[in-house]
Design a protein. Sequence first.
Length: 279
Amino acid sequence: MVERRFSKILIIFFIILATFVSIFPFFWMLANSFMSEDQIFALPLKFWPDKLFKKGMWDNYREVFSNFSFALYTWNSFFVSFLAALGQIIVCPMAAFAFAKMRFHGRRAIYTLLLMTLMIPVQVIIIPEYYLMMKLGWLNSYLPLIIPSFLAGAFGTFMFISVFEAIPTALFDAAVIDGASAYKILWRVYFPQATASTATLFIIAFMNNWNDLLRPLLYIINPKLFTVTMGLTRFQNQYTTKWGLILTGSVISVLPLIVVYIFCQRYIIENQMSSGVKG
């Protein structure tokens, strides 16, 4: 009994420690957004903001929104990330259904090539991708950031394949006997069973597009089209860095990701609690 209690206490200790390590950077960033520039680099380190509940507490946030158009950048990032994530949860189930439940020539070869794209770094394909977007006339627009997401992604396709293969084949056969087309079988029978995978893929795709900096820097020139990641670069130039504004902008940029995760997490939990095929 003593050993069991000690092991439980040890496990709880490591869980608390891991949780603290995970959330400390965010709370440190949040605290520094309410600090003056001098206190951020003060030694010894100070964790209690000197502006908190005092006059000028919201100065950094006012400057970020009023002088640097951060509200516009946040909306731009949300628009791009939402459409890109939506494209993934529309196209990936279609590709996964074809690979999991349909038989056609070259299926394994195509699936292998699709999985191999996971091993190709973005830096390898960015030059031919930029040349293609230039020929299409899509530069200085959101099309290069959104349209590629409407192609079947290897990660999302692989995730949905594992879900679709676990669904009993009897459902597929029954739908075929009832005269349902392939699209109806996918969207009315199989897709509703993959709520958790849909929410997970949406979170990952949204987060990846929200945090992306390389493609917006390459494709967007108009300041009115800047995303959050591009907006953060405005706080740093060749000679100075406005750390207080960078930390404030970082807090603002993280909040939408937290909201999206909390919203989608509810569907993941509901799907896990009610998982199973009912007769």
